[in-house]
Design a protein around this ligand. Structure first.
Ligand code: MYR
Length: 185
């Protein structure tokens, strides 16, 4: 008869984490599939995923700030690094590299070597226009808007479309100065 051998706590947690990650990936896939069925047009699915991400991002920023203890960044370069190294790690379990800065430091690329959203995914030819991971661009846009940065976030490279990496361009459009809540009399 098989004997039950208790596994170490670490092994159990590693397993739970892997199962959670798979469940997350498969659930996201099911959402994308449902949107394709409901909306039919790939462009509409892209828009909807971005909007869903935005709605998540405007809420997720609170959790991010509370858990990370990150304080105000001195400039957009620091913000990009924080997203790539702390934000992605916290919510996706991977980090991104930051490259392709423009001269004035307001536009850069976040490059993901690993992307847990796309495990098990293959894009059929008829969906080549789909930005499968568009939820991520929305999350970043929404989160940054809550800390006074209006941005435009677009996919430049996408491995599901045959590129050699996942590359998101993040452009700072406007930095809204925070208003001091009191007036000096
Ligand atoms: C500040 O200057 O106020 C700090 C700004 C930090 C913004 C960090 C936004 C984190 C967004 C996480 C994205 C995760 C995507 C999976």
């Amino acid at each position: 008869m098989a004997r039950l051998v208790p596994r170490s706590g670490d092994a159990v947690f590693a397993n739970v984490e892997r199962v959670n990650a798979e469940l997350f990936t498969l659930t996201y896939g099911a959402i994308v599939r449902q949107l394709i069925t409901d909306l039919e047009e790939v462009e509409e699915v892209n828009k909807q995923l971005d909007q869903m991400g935005y709605n998540i991002g405007i809420r997720l920023i609170d959790e991010f700030l509370a858990k990370s203890n990150v304080s105000r960044c001195v400039d957009f370069k620091e913000t990009a690094d924080v997203i790539a190294k702390v934000g992605f790690k916290m919510f996706l379990g991977v980090t991104a590299s930051v490259t392709n800065w423009d001269a004035d430091g307001t536009s850069c690329s976040l490059i993901l070597e690993e992307n847990p959203l796309v495990d098990f995914v293959e894009l059929p030819d008829m969906y080549q226009g789909l930005h499968y991971c568009n939820i991520l661009s929305g999350v970043i846009r929404g989160a940054l808007e809550m800390v006074s940065m209006k941005t435009e976030v677009t996919w430049v490279r996408d491995m599901l479309r045959g590129d050699d990496a996942y590359e998101l361009q993040v452009k700072l459009l406007k930095q809204v100065p925070e208003e001091y809540p009191y007036k000096d009399d």
